[in-house]
Design a protein. Structure first.
Length: 91
């Protein structure tokens, strides 16, 4: 399949940077520091087991608002349109 895509942005601020929650299996070590702080060191990422992107949309990092896919608008300033094949190469 080789169809073109267009970059979508927030309708309010024009920002194209979004966040969403994924649940992923990770493997690694657990460290306790002298001050009692505990931290993890990830040594390997496993499979993604779940995500909220389909049910909740995405979160605009500038506006701090959740947006559904239907709310997002094309980025008129984006001159380069990537095909699905090109996008998959970035993963």
């Amino acid at each position: 399949m080789n169809s073109e895509s267009e970059l979508l942005v927030c309708p309010d601020c024009g920002n194209g940077r979004f966040s969403w929650i994924i649940r992923q299996v990770q493997f690694g070590a657990v460290h306790r520091f002298a001050n009692g702080h505990i931290d993890v060191e990830v040594t390997k990422n496993g499979p993604i087991t779940d995500s909220d992107i389909g049910e909740n949309g995405v979160f605009c990092v500038d506006c701090q608002e959740f947006r559904t896919y239907e709310e997002l608008v094309p980025d008129d300033a984006e001159a380069v349109h990537l095909s699905e094949d090109e996008l998959e190469g970035d993963r």
